[in-house]
Structures are given as structure tokens and as C-alpha cells.
Write a protein that binds this ligand. Structure first.
Ligand SMILES: NC(=O)C1=CN([C@@H]2O[C@H](COP(=O)(O)OP(=O)(O)OC[C@H]3O[C@@H](n4cnc5c(N)ncnc54)[C@H](O)[C@@H]3O)[C@@H](O)[C@H]2O)C=CC1
Ligand SMILES: CC(=O)N[C@@H]1[C@@H](OP(=O)(O)OP(=O)(O)OC[C@H]2O[C@@H](n3ccc(=O)[nH]c3=O)[C@H](O)[C@@H]2O)O[C@H](C(=O)O)[C@@H](O)[C@@H]1O
Length: 440
């Protein structure tokens, strides 16, 4: 038996512990890591969540969900333990890493991934399986993550410890019943062990024999989504110019089985604004231009300014924007979540502030306390249209479905103007209520 086979068997034997009760350490327990820790806990693993953010760890230890994505009850009901001490890695059978991917697309974007690998490496023991769940560009595992683990541990990736890539595909507030987990590993035995592990948590696992393929698939799916949303943003603006109801047209077009129903909107979060650039920059370094990817990004990046400019135009029709107050409805980065990370409400508010307008925000899902700590403008706990000169609806939370233009107009003799990104209001009723209504 060759030395490599013997090592593979030894590690597979070690990896076999992944199929029984094993100790999992989740490195980076933010949105993705916390979901991962709880899912592994539900599957019967002995789970430790490690994070550098000591205040977050302290929250978790008190049974408080600092990410506001799973809820205190779910957290308190779990058997996960949490620590800010990386020494916990030494006792792990499997380590998953879910630290942030930085913006920028060049080497800077994987700095945190590299740093986390170095910390894990310092405490890594032979036979451990390390799985990167963070999003990286194709080649990021072989070129950045694994070498950082080897440098810090002095161990050989592939011979003395196992490495796999399983980019997370969680979509908070989205459908979770159809999530297939990708697993990419050079070594078939490692791929099998990691697929077995995730098979205890996910409905299905798709295995590829190269971490770069898994990384590329993750980038491609987010590029695809960014491009299609950009297309809908462009089409909706054109339909508005044609004085056609964009919602009705998009609904009708989506009756064709292969036309997805997406909505025009502010494209935020920590992934769609980041991952296309991650991929495009990597492709450019290989000599491949991706003009459509970059153009789509530019189309989506332009939406916040367009929304703010529509509001300023509406304010100008009523008086001096500098003496106006604007209410932003919906502050989270997307509908029906509480997450403010990457929310484009900040871009809209900053542009409005440049025009001199006062900005106040309201979001039924975001605590005013958390918003005050995160957002650069005042946030109110109640949805009141009294004393505002314009209302900008930024995300279409289900909680807004019950709002009507009568509510907006009812508060004052001079109804505020409305700019409605998710089109929650009925445009046809605007004139009845004397409301100046626009969709950007
Ligand atoms: N948020 C989401 O919905 C999704 C995110 N992803 C990807 O998952 C990765 C993580 O994203 P999120 O969970 O949203 O980020 P996050 O910012 O919510 O959480 C990351 C956590 O990692 C911690 N951290 C940073 N450096 C560390 C280190 N060296 N050691 C230990 N902990 C460290 C931070 O303190 C933070 O708590 C990113 O690559 C992202 O692109 C993928 C799918 C969905
Ligand atoms: C291909 C894909 O569906 N990727 C998902 C995406 O999740 P994310 O939480 O970013 O949500 P999303 O539904 O894509 O929305 C992103 C942004 O785009 C906006 N958005 C979304 C859909 C739409 O029709 N119109 C629109 O304007 C949202 O408001 C949000 O600001 O990115 C995640 C990630 O990689 O972080 C990924 O795990 C998720 O599966």
C-alpha cells in the first residue's frame, strides 16, 4: 500500500469519526456559523462555536442571539457551547470556517479567511478535517486557505489533515427546504466523509472532486442572481417610462415557465454586492473579461442613488429639500429579514442627507436599539407619516402589505410624496389621495 493510501486510510479512519458523534468546532459564528452550529447540534454533534468577537460570544452564552437571525429561544434550546479561545480547535474532529469575505476582489478580499486559517492552524491536530464554508474565488482554497493552515500548523494538507470546501448557500428568510450542499475536495475519501457529515443536515449533497469547482459554482450562482436582478431593475425603469405597470408585466412574463419572477430592488447584503467582483477579478487575472458581470453590478449599484434622486425631485416639487423630512420604510438588506448587514438604506440616506433633508428610518423587524447602533440616521419605533414630506419604501416587508396610500395621506393636509421601490402601494389610488407617487 502506498504511503499516500496509508495516510488516506488513516485519515479516513480519523474521518470515520465524522460519521459517528464527533466534536465540531465552528470558526466564525455570525449569520452562517450560528446556523451551522445549530444544525450540527440538531444532528447530534458535540458543537463548539468559536469567534473573535467576545461580546457576541458573551451574548450567545447568555442565550441571546446577537445576530437576530435564529432567535433567543432556538439558541437557548441548543447544546452548543461558545468560546473566544481558539484552543478549542485542538480537540476537534471537524472544523468549519465561516468568516467574512471582504470586498475588493483582489487578494484583500480573503484576508479574514487567511487570518482565520492561521489561527486554526496554530491549534490544529493531525487527522482533523477542515471545511471552508466562506465564499472564496476559484482557487482560494488551494491558493490561500490550505497553505495558511499548513504554514501555521507545520502539518501537510492532504497527508496529515484533510481540507474541503463547502460554500454556504443559506438565504436568510428564504426557502430552506431545497438547499443542496456543495462539497468540493481533492481526496475522494475526504469528500465522502464530509458529504456524509452534511448529509445528516441537508436534504442532498452534491460532491465535486475539486474545491475550485465548488468555489466557482458558488460565485456563478450569485453572479447569475445579480445579473438577473440587474436586468429586472433595468426593465422596470423602462416599463415605468412607458407608463406600464411593471409588476403586471413581470407577473405576466413569469407565467412562461422558464422566466424567473424577480423584483426590481436595492441589491444589498454581504454577498451579491461582493461575490461578482470576487469572480470577475479572479477571471481578469486569468485574462478573461466579464463585461456583463461588471455592468450588472454597476446597474444594481446605481439604484440607491436613483431612489434618492427621485425623492429629492419629489421634495423639490413641494419646496426646499433642505427643509424636508424623509421617512425610509424598510431598513434591512432585504424583505422579511432583520439583518442590516450590507443594507443599501445607508446609501439612500447619505445621498438624501447631501440634499439637506432630514432622514428618519422605520423597520418593523429591526429593533431601534440595534438600528441606532448600526445606522447613521435616526430610527423611530413607530410607523407615522405625520410631519414627513416624503416616504421612501426601500424593501417590501410582508408587514407593509397592510399599508395603503390612505394611511400615508390620512395624516396630513398636504400628503407626503411616495417613492416605492418594492411597489407595495397601489399606484392607481395615488391620485385619489392626492399623493405624488413614483417608482424608481
Ligand atoms: N450571510 C449570509 O446570508 C451568507 C453568507 N455567506 C458567506 O459566509 C461567510 C460568513 O458570512 P456571515 O456569516 O454573513 O458573516 P458575519 O459577519 O455574520 O459572521 C462572521 C463572523 O466571523 C467572525 N470572525 C471574523 N474573523 C474571525 C476569525 N479569524 N476567527 C473567528 N471568528 C472570526 C466575526 O466576528 C463574525 O462573528 C462569508 O464568506 C459570506 O460570503 C454565504 C451564504 C449566506
Ligand atoms: C443565488 C442565491 O440565491 N444566493 C442567495 C443570496 O442570498 P441573499 O441573502 O443575499 O438574498 P437574495 O434574495 O439574493 O437578495 C440579495 C439582494 O437582492 C435584492 N433582491 C432580491 C431578489 C429580487 O427579486 N430583487 C431584489 O432586489 C434583495 O432585496 C437583497 O438586497 O446570497 C447568499 C450568499 O451567498 O450570501 C446565498 O447563500 C443565497 O443562496
Amino acid at each position: 500500500m502506498s504511503e499516500r493510501d496509508r495516510d488516506a486510510n488513516a485519515r479516513a479512519a480519523a474521518g470515520a469519526t465524522l460519521r459517528r458523534s464527533c466534536r465540531a468546532v465552528v470558526v466564525g459564528v455570525g449569520t452562517v456559523g450560528l446556523h451551522r452550529a445549530l444544525a450540527f447540534d440538531d444532528a447530534g454533534l458535540d458543537v463548539v462555536g468559536y469567534d473573535v468577537d467576545e461580546s457576541l460570544v458573551a451574548d450567545y452564552r447568555r442565550g441571546r442571539d446577537g445576530t437576530e437571525t435564529v432567535g433567543d429561544d432556538r439558541l437557548a434550546a441548543s447544546d452548543c457551547s461558545f468560546t473566544a479561545d481558539p484552543a478549542c480547535v485542538a480537540d476537534a474532529d471537524v472544523v468549519t470556517v465561516s468568516v467574512p469575505t471582504g470586498r475588493g476582489g483582489d487578494g484583500r478580499s480573503l484576508e479574514l479567511v487567511r487570518d482565520a486559517a492561521a489561527t486554526v492552524g496554530e491549534h490544529l491536530t493531525a487527522g482533523t478535517t477542515v471545511v471552508l464554508e466562506s465564499t472564496v474565488h476559484p482557487g482560494g482554497v488551494r491558493g490561500v486557505f490550505a497553505p495558511a493552515l499548513e504554514r501555521a500548523s507545520g502539518l501537510d494538507a492532504g497527508r496529515e489533515f484533510a481540507v474541503a470546501h463547502s460554500p454556504e448557500r443559506l438565504s436568510p428568510g428564504g426557502r430552506t427546504d431545497v438547499r443542496t450542499k456543495l462539497v468540493g475536495a481533492d481526496d475522494p475519501a475526504v469528500a465522502r466523509d464530509v458529504a456524509d457529515l452534511y448529509g445528516r443536515v441537508h436534504d442532498s449533497v452534491h460532491v465535486v472532486d475539486d474545491p475550485a469547482v465548488a468555489a466557482a459554482a458558488k460565485c456563478v450562482e450569485n453572479v447569475y442572481r445579480d445579473v438577473t436582478i440587474a436586468l429586472v431593475n433595468e426593465l422596470a425603469a423602462a416599463l415605468d417610462a412607458l407608463e406600464l405597470d411593471a409588476d403586471a408585466v413581470l407577473d405576466a412574463a413569469a407565467t412562461k415557465w422558464n422566466v424567473p419572477r424577480l423584483d426590481p430592488g436595492l441589491v444589498g447584503g454581504t454577498c451579491l454586492p461582493v461575490d461578482p467582483e470576487l469572480f470577475a477579478a479572479r477571471a481578469a487575472r486569468a485574462g478573461a473579461a466579464t463585461p456583463l458581470v461588471r455592468t450588472a453590478r454597476a446597474v444594481n449599484e446605481a439604484v440607491p442613488a436613483r431612489v434618492a434622486d427621485e425623492v429629492v425631485t419629489a421634495l423639490g416639487e413641494r419646496g426646499d429639500p433642505g427643509d424636508s423630512t424623509v421617512l425610509l420604510l424598510g431598513l434591512a438588506y432585504k424583505a422579511d429579514v432583520a439583518d442590516l448587514a450590507g443594507s443599501r438604506c445607508v446609501d439612500v440616506a447619505e445621498r438624501l442627507a447631501d440634499s439637506g433633508a432630514d432622514v428618519v428610518g422605520y423597520d418593523p423587524l429591526v429593533s431601534a436599539d440595534r438600528a441606532d447602533r448600526t445606522l447613521p440616521f435616526d430610527v423611530t419605533e413607530e410607523c407615522s407619516f405625520r410631519g414627513v414630506d416624503a416616504v421612501a419604501v426601500l424593501v417590501g416587508h410582508e408587514a407593509f402589505d397592510s399599508l395603503t396610500l390612505a394611511d400615508v395621506a390620512g395624516a396630513t393636509a398636504d400628503p407626503p410624496a411616495v417613492v416605492d421601490v418594492p411597489r407595495v402601494f397601489d399606484r392607481a389610488r395615488a391620485a385619489d389621495h392626492g399623493v405624488s407617487y413614483r417608482c424608481p
